[in-house]
Design a protein around this ligand. Structure first.
Ligand code: R5P
Length: 284
């Protein structure tokens, strides 16, 4: 099998190729003078199986993914791994006249097999025409947390949508878990209605699928600190961390940020490469 990493996922692609001990293709990614993207995969892979790994954090990342898929037209099998799929949060029509952006993205991605990781809503998987599997990064996050020296740790989901993540992480660790109710007022403002959680003196790890503006986490960190939590850490699969999110989180008093490399950031201390490698191995 050949692996090609798109511009958004080069490090992760390298790690997966190492895990699987398979050939890593090199891509050329640049822009034409008019701003259009140029993509080229070096080497001869016609008739071979190719796995493209590319997160779609930005619109350009999405175009690069489509270009990579087209460049693999003469491969025997094309697998597409989308570690972080952008536009997944527009998974329904909120206001009349809106598209289901996640559906538009999914429909455009043509491949034999598609893999996502902790996609925002599993219902999006139905929009892909390819065979699709949503992988779970919770066990590797759990493993990382397990190795931290924490005081009576408690795993908390900032809302009921993330309770599954909290449950899966805490089950592995044998920890308590709970969740907070969240009401979103606007794009970056949320209010939290706390449940009856005793956090006093305990180290708390708040876990969510995505940290974007940091609004959800910042509120939760402040809330838990005001309730007497000892240290508050946050963990997520996808560290989007847009704009001033990191500053907001530290201002709110976070002790540390734990994230995976579905998006390559300074806080990406946990790699999902073993998760992807295992899925590809099982499908070969
Ligand atoms: C929402 O449903 C997600 O699970 C996250 O809670 C959300 O995307 C986080 O966004 P932000 O960091 O902007 O509050």
């Amino acid at each position: 099998m050949n692996i090609i990493g798109g511009p958004a996922s080069q490090l992760l692609a390298g790690r997966v190729a190492k895990e699987l001990n398979c050939n890593l293709l090199v891509g050329e990614f640049k822009r034409f003078p008019d701003g259009e993207l140029y993509t080229r995969i070096m080497g001869d892979f016609a008739g071979d199986m190719v796995t493209i790994i590319q997160s779609t954090v930005t619109d350009s990342d999405f175009v690069s993914l489509l270009q990579l898929i087209d460049a693999c037209t003469y491969a025997s099998v094309v697998n597409v791994v989308i570690p972080y799929m952008g536009y997944a949060r527009q998974d329904k029509i909120f206001k009349q006249g809106e598209p289901i952006s996640a559906r538009a993205m999914a429909k455009a991605i043509k491949a034999d097999n598609v893999y996502t990781i902790n996609i925002h809503a599993e219902s999006i998987l139905d929009y892909f025409e390819a065979k699709v599997k949503n992988l779970d990064a919770t066990p590797v996050i759990g493993k990382y947390i397990k190795n931290m020296e924490l005081k009576n740790p408690l795993v908390i989901a900032p809302d009921d949508g993330a309770i599954d993540l909290a449950r899966k992480a805490s089950e592995d660790l044998g920890l308590d878990y709970d969740f907070l109710d969240k009401t979103r007022l606007s794009g970056d403002t949320v209010i939290l209605k706390p449940k009856n959680i005793e956090v006093k003196g305990r180290d708390v790890i708040i876990i969510d699928d995505i940290i974007s503006t940091g609004g959800t986490m910042a509120e939760t960190i402040s809330l838990l600190r005001s309730q007497g939590a000892h240290e508050v850490f946050i963990a997520c699969v996808h560290p989007v961390l847009s704009s001033n999110a990191v500053l907001r989180l530290f201002k709110a008093g976070v002790k540390g940020i734990i994230a995976t490399d579905t998006i390559d950031k300074g806080v990406s201390v946990v790699s999902v490469a073993p998760v992807i490698a295992e899925a590809l191995r099982n499908n070969c």
